[in-house]
Design a protein around this ligand. Structure first.
Ligand SMILES: [Zn+2]
Ligand SMILES: [Zn+2]
Ligand SMILES: [Zn+2]
Length: 404
């Protein structure tokens, strides 16, 4: 099938979705969008909606959850347990005619999702039965609860197929998509296609004119794309039960692993440090070490270190540094042909940082590189989010400030 730039290839609404507990009062439980003025569900006083329409649209999924939340108040189970229960209510409700979704001719129902049950060890299954079972029983006290077998089945399907719903501020919830579950993994997805979350929907769009022969050509990365080959393959095997045979896994690898596991785990433990200032000085010190400086920019140690520094510089309002580090990362991402939406999120953050650091001023020596990136970023943003979106407007303002 032929798609033109900007065409939607796939748009999938969640089969089930749940907000992280800290987002329950910040975002609408139906459209999963953060809004300032939300209306509380008067029955359970736990979930919020941005409009009567959203509340109405969620009523089938919220009905039994509302009953459970009202009784368990003020205890609220975590997002995973709430998602599992929402899915259970839906499976039960649709017993006679289960929902189906079709993507480029392939049909998915909840029933057809994989569990990989035979590949799990019995201790793992026992742990689900015990730990998740306990939460679900406590939440659905005296209500119609799933059998242990059903509970494990739903949990395993969630484990393989759940997406984190991300917003500009980071992860805000989890959702399971029937249509989205058709999309397989690749460590180097087609750069002509991008994916993103639009409110509650999982969307894939063509960035350029592209021909897609079937759903097997729609890919996203299930694991971090900056990981070197062996680490990626190990995670995919352990978590998703397959050996990746994508172009990057069987051909030439773009991410080098010259830093070795010693330096890599040092970066990792620094990135896990809770205190921002300690983390920042640790990462900065490491980036100045001779053994790190001699590594190429596409080495895993460099990539991971810079990604950590970049996020921190934003948090600590060190904008000029954020812009510099961000620019360094972008150069490598472009060579790696990383999925455009990741690059674009990063671009927007870099440009916000640059804007805050007054980097768009005409006399700045980095202007040339920035202008080229801005033009690209603005084009992509228009295709992905449309011209009136906040990101597109931000990029346009900056481009105009630089060019004129
Ligand atoms: Zn809403
Ligand atoms: Zn309610
Ligand atoms: Zn691969």
């Amino acid at each position: 099938m032929q798609f033109c730039a900007g065409d939607i290839i796939l748009r999938s609404a969640p089969y089930g979705a749940a907000l992280e507990t800290e987002f329950l009062s910040k975002a609408c439980s139906y459209c999963l969008t953060c809004k300032p003025q939300l209306k509380k569900c008067s029955a359970c006083s736990t979930v919020f909606y941005c409009s009567d329409q959203c509340q109405e649209s969620d009523s089938d999924d919220h009905k039994f959850e509302c009953e459970a939340l009202s009784r368990s108040h003020p205890w609220v189970p975590d997002a995973e347990t709430r998602l599992l229960c929402r899915i259970w209510f839906r499976v039960r409700r649709e017993r006679a005619s289960p929902s189906e979704e079709s993507v480029l001719g392939t049909v998915r129902s909840f029933d057809s999702l994989m569990t990989h049950r035979d590949e799990r060890d019995s201790e793992y299954i026992e742990r689900i039965e015990k730990e998740i079972g306990l939460q679900v029983n406590r939440f659905l006290l005296r209500m119609d609860r799933p059998s242990l077998e059903m509970l494990v089945t739903i949990f395993l399907k969630m484990d393989i197929n759940t997406h984190q719903v991300t917003s500009w501020d980071g992860p805000m919830g989890c959702a399971l998509y029937l249509g989205g579950s058709i999309v397989d993994h690749s460590c180097s997805p087609n750069p002509k296609i991008t994916y993103f979350f639009h409110g509650r929907d999982f969307v894939m769009k063509a960035l350029e004119n592209v021909e897609i022969k079937g759903p097997h050509e729609l890919n996203i990365g299930y694991v971090s794309f900056i990981l070197p080959r062996d680490a990626r393959r190990e995670q995919l095997r352990e978590r998703y039960f397959f050996d990746c045979c994508c172009q990057r896994c069987v051909g030439e690898e773009v991410v080098t692993n010259l830093g070795g596991s010693g330096l890599a785990s040092q970066v990792e433990s620094l990135r896990n440090t809770a205190d921002c200032e300690t983390k920042y000085s640790g990462l900065l010190e490491m980036s100045r070490m001779d053994s790190v400086r001699k590594l190429p920019p596409n080495d895993y140690v460099q990539l991971s270190l810079n990604a950590g520094l970049f996020a921190l510089c934003g948090t600590l309002a060190r904008y000029e540094e954020a812009a510099l580090v961000g620019y360094r990362i972008l150069e490598v991402y472009d060579k790696m042909r990383v999925a455009p939406v990741h690059t674009l999120y990063l671009l927007c953050q870099v440009f916000s940082a640059a804007l805050n650091a007054d980097w768009y001023k005409p006399q700045n020596e980095h202007n040339f590189e920035f202008t080229a990136l801005l033009v690209l970023a603005e084009q992509r943003s228009q295709v992905i989010w449309g011209p009136d979106h906040y990101h597109s407007k931000l990029l346009r303002t900056m481009k105009n400030a630089l060019i004129h």
